[in-house]
Design a binder for this molecule. Structure first.
Ligand code: AMP
Ligand code: GLY
Length: 430
C-alpha cells in the first residue's frame, strides 16, 4: 500500500524509518518531511492544515493510509474531513476525529472527561474572562507552586508553573484579560501542583481495544539537572525503570481502561495514538494531560523498540480489529539524545551545515529540524531541535554511552545537548 505521513519532526522521521521496513509498503510519502525522511520515501510539499490539498494528493497517488504526526491537523478535523468526503472515505486516517482530539485540544474538555470517568488527576477548576475574581479566590485554595493552563493549543507554551502567588495572579490576568494566548486562553484551568516524577505512556487504539506501547521518560527542560526553560523535549529514555509491572497495572486499571471505556460510553470514536502524560506520586499514577498523537522526542526512543510491523498494527486500527493484533517489544533500553541549535528554545539561527553524519555507528539518527540542500548536497539545520541520536543497549548506561559517543561525532555551529540524561533514573534501577 501507499502511505502518507504528515509532519516534519523527529517523530515523523522515526515513523518513516519504521514504516519503510514494512513488507506491505509500496510507496511512502512524507509531507513536508525533512532531510532524514528523504532516506525512506518522497518528501512532498503539502501544507498539513490544507485538507483539500492533502485529499487531492491522496487520490492522485493512490494513498491507502495517512499517519498524522502533529496535533494541529487533528484538532482542526482532518480525520472528519476524510470521513465526510465520499471520494476519500476509503482512506484510513491514523489519528482521532476532532471531537476525540479535543482531549488534547481543550484542557477543560480533558479535565471534565477525567472527572466523569473517575480518572485520577490534580484538583482543578476552569474559569472564563468574566470569572476572573472567582479565579483569583480559587488560587488562594492552593499553595505555591501554582499551575495555570491555557485551555486551548498554545504551541506547548500554555502551561505555567508559578513560584509565587503574585506571579500566578499576574499570569491569570495576562491570560484571561490580556489574551496572552489569544483564543487559547479565553478559558484557563487552575490546577493543583502534583509533586512526583513524570513519564509518558502510549497506546494504539481502534476505539474498542488497545495495545500498550513502551513507556518513556522525556526531558523537557533545556538545562542539565532539569533547569531553565521548557523545550519540546531534549531527549527520551525507554523503558522507565520505575514503571514496573505493579505501577503499569495501576496505569492500565486506573487510567487507560477508564479512558477507552469512557470514549466508548460517550460515543466518541478514536483511532490512533493516545499519549498519557503521567505523574508518579509516591507510586500512584495521576494523569496530567492527554495528547492525541505520539510524543516527540518519545517516538525516537519508543518506535525502535517495536519489533512488529507497524503497518499491520495501523491496518488493525483501520479495520477495527486491533484486538487480534499482537505487539512484540524489544526488551533492550533505548535512549534518544536531542542535539539542538544554540539559543533554543528562544532565538536561534538556522541554515548551519551539519558535519559528521556519515561517522555514526551503532546509533540511529532521526532528523528533526533539518533540510537537504540539493545544490550543495549537504544537510543544514532548519529548526531548534535538529537531530535525535537513538541507541539500543543491554541497559540504560550502555545505550546512553553509544548515544553520547555518537553525539560527539556530529558538529554544527552552536550545537548543544544535555549530558545528564538518565541520571535521575539511576536510583530506580535494580
Ligand atoms: P503540558 O504542556 O500540558 O505537557 O505541561 C507542561 C509541563 O508542566 C508538564 O510536562 C509538567 O511537567 C508540568 N505540569 C503540568 N501540570 C502539572 C501539575 N498539575 N503538577 C505539576 N506539574 C505539572
Ligand atoms: N514530548 C512531549 C510532547 O510530545 O508533547
Amino acid at each position: 500500500m501507499n502511505v502518507l505521513i504528515l509532519g516534519s519532526g523527529g517523530r515523523e522521521h522515526a515513523l518513516a524509518w519504521k514504516i519503510a521496513q514494512s513488507p506491505v509498503l509500496k510507496k511512502l510519502f512524507i509531507a513536508p518531511g525533512n532531510a532524514g525522511t528523504l532516506q525512506h520515501g518522497y518528501n512532498v510539499d503539502l501544507d498539513t492544515n490544507n485538507f483539500g490539498q492533502i485529499g487531492q494528493f491522496a487520490i492522485d497517488h493512490d494513498i491507502s493510509l495517512i499517519v498524522v504526526g502533529p496535533e494541529a491537523p487533528l484538532v482542526a478535523g482532518i480525520h472528519d474531513y476524510f470521513l465526510e468526503k465520499p471520494e476519500l472515505g476509503n482512506i484510513a486516517v491514523i489519528g482521532p476525529v476532532r471531537k476525540a482530539a479535543m482531549l488534547e485540544g481543550s484542557k477543560d474538555f480533558a479535565k471534565e472527561f477525567m472527572q466523569r470517568h473517575n480518572i485520577p488527576t490534580g484538583k482543578h477548576r476552569t474559569f472564563t474572562r468574566n470569572e476572573i475574581n472567582e479565579a483569583m479566590s480559587y488560587l488562594k485554595e492552593f499553595q505555591a507552586p501554582y499551575v495555570i493552563k491555557a485551555d486551548g493549543l498554545a504551541a506547548g507554551k500554555g502551561v505555567l508553573i508559578c513560584e509565587t502567588f503574585e506571579d500566578a495572579e499576574q499570569e491569570l490576568n495576562a491570560m484571561l484579560i490580556e489574551e496572552k494566548f489569544g483564543d487559547a486562553s479565553a478559558k484557563v484551568v487552575i490546577e493543583e501542583f502534583l509533586n512526583g516524577i513524570e513519564l509518558s505512556v502510549f497506546v494504539l487504539t481502534d476505539g474498542n481495544s488497545y495495545i500498550l506501547l513502551p513507556e518513556a521518560k522525556d526531558y523537557k527542560r533545556i538545562g542539565e539537572g532539569d533547569t531553565g526553560l521548557n523545550t519540546g523535549g531534549m531527549g527520551s529514555i525507554s523503558p522507565v525503570p520505575f514503571a514496573d509491572n505493579d505501577f503499569m497495572k495501576k496505569v492500565e486499571d486506573r487510567i487507560i481502561r477508564p479512558t477507552i471505556n469512557g470514549l466508548t460510553k460517550e460515543g466518541i470514536s478514536y483511532q490512533g495514538f493516545i499519549f498519557f502524560g503521567l505523574m508518579n506520586v509516591e507510586g500512584n499514577p495521576y494523569l496530567i494531560e492527554y495528547n492525541a498523537r505520539m510524543g516527540d522526542p518519545e517516538a525516537e526512543s519508543v518506535i525502535p523498540r517495536i519489533k512488529s510491523d507497524i503497518l499491520e498494527l495501523f491496518q488493525g486500527i483501520a479495520n477495527r480489529n486491533l484486538k487480534s493484533s499482537k505487539i512484540e517489544i524489544d526488551p533492550r533500553y533505548s535512549t534518544a539524545i536531542m542535539l539542538v541549535s544554540g539559543g533554543y528554545p528562544e532565538k536561534y539561527e538556522k541554515g548551519k551545515s551539519i558535519k559528521g553524519l556519515e561517522n555514526i555507528d551503532e546509533s540511529i539518527i532521526f532528523h528533526a529540524g533539518t533540510a537537504y540542500d540539493q545544490e550543495e548536497k549537504i544537510v543544514l539545520t532548519n529548526g531548534g531541535r535538529v537531530l535525535a541520536i537513538t541507541s539500543l543497549g543491554k541497559d540504560m548506561k550502555d545505550a546512553l554511552e553509544k548515544s553520547y559517543q555518537n553525539a560527539d561525532k556530529i558538529k554544527f555551529e552552536k550545537m548543544y545537548y544535555r549530558r545528564d540524561l538518565g541520571s535521575d533514573l539511576e536510583k530506580f534501577q535494580a
